[in-house]
Design a binder for this molecule. Sequence first.
Ligand code: FCB
Length: 461
Amino acid sequence: MPIGEGASHSATPQATPAAEFPPIAALRSDFIWGVSTSSFQIEGATREDGRGPSVWDTYGWAGQTTSKDTGDVACDHYHRYREDIAVMQRLGIQAYRFSVAWPRVLPQGRGQPNELGLAFYDRLIDAVLAAGIEPWLCLFHWDLPQALDDLGGWTTRDIVAWFADYAALVASRYGDRVKRFATFNEPSIFTLFGYGFGGGKRDTTGVESLHRAIHHVNLAHGAAVDAVRARVAGSSMGAIHNYQPCIPSTPADGEAAVRGDLYWNRAYPDPQCLGVYPEMLQAAIEPHMQAGDLERIQRPIDWFGLNHYSPVFMKADAAARLGFTFGDRPPGTPLTPINWPILPDAFRDTLLTVAKDYRLPVYVMENGLGGYDKPDESGAIADDNRIAFLRAYIGAMNAAAAGGADIRGYFVWSLLDNFEWDAGYRVRFGLTYVDYATQARTPKASFHWYCDLIKAARGRT
Ligand code: FCB
């Protein structure tokens, strides 16, 4: 493993030159290399052209993000998308994953569509295609229309029909040009942080609101799969899950880790791909279940989208609503600058697990490193730590493929530095540096490395 063992917090492995590539021989010759972004994190223009507010606008405007940042301007991608597509072209990616902002196309979340918002994604998709890049469209990356949150958000079963109508609108509008659709990004994260851990805005009924939300998101997934399939010839569909090993912090935390795994990893893929809730969740979901629901959820999909950064360490906490919370990592665990463990073997193991358990081709839809990148005096961004991270993780993916996992593509998070949710603009995940004062985009060293890797990978015979 090229990552320095026991490295400190700003682990920057020195062992190998930046240009060295990981082994990729086990990856398919038609493997897809891409990057991912999401609407709220890059678009800005939150009050423009008829867009309605989302829950993330509400948090930001009320000063509820730790950073106090809002998404009002973000990367100004709404106006600069052509420049950003030129950046993608320069990077040489084959596929671009983005999300549609539900409140941009349906300001109230339902009812009257917003033609100006719909037209933005027409322009975006047309320009992505003209650049020779395949658009991958995610329907939901956390920017729930505020108007729907006011009506109960994911805790009301009505949202299943609202989401299906939204999916139908998007599919009918773009399905002539977009074939790859994901329903949800990381359902367990927005439900756990919104309803599960406490403090979320709509957690008034405690953990019951989480169980309702889990079931309604699963139903909305199934309904959206049907809505897209019925409208898009040749569609290829999946959902995107953050699947991370849940490791007990101490030997006494085994049960906490099992419960963590249940909510963090399995509450969505199990019913969606296998048609059953994990046994330990069944009693909690039962009160919200209607006849036929599991069939409604388990609609045929084409692939499993995996987001993975690191494992999570869990510990028991009797005071926590779900009985578990985040625990310490073993001393000496290599960490990224934002203190996420660097453990590529866990990525390899996760790929093998999801490929075996869910029996679908896997696309890695997010992987990358967050840091506090800064240009040096010459203006260059020497993010060797990100290169080392990508090298180690892509190498681990190759090992999983060699071990039999059917992996079809890999998307780096992210094309650009962007609004990193609660952490705002300070934390940077981009291959491209964004100077938020000028909105100038500067490719980092990792950009050039990934560009060269894609060339080398695609040049294989
Ligand atoms: C994932 C999110 C994505 C981004 C990365 C760093 O959990 O899907 O939007 O914030 O983490």
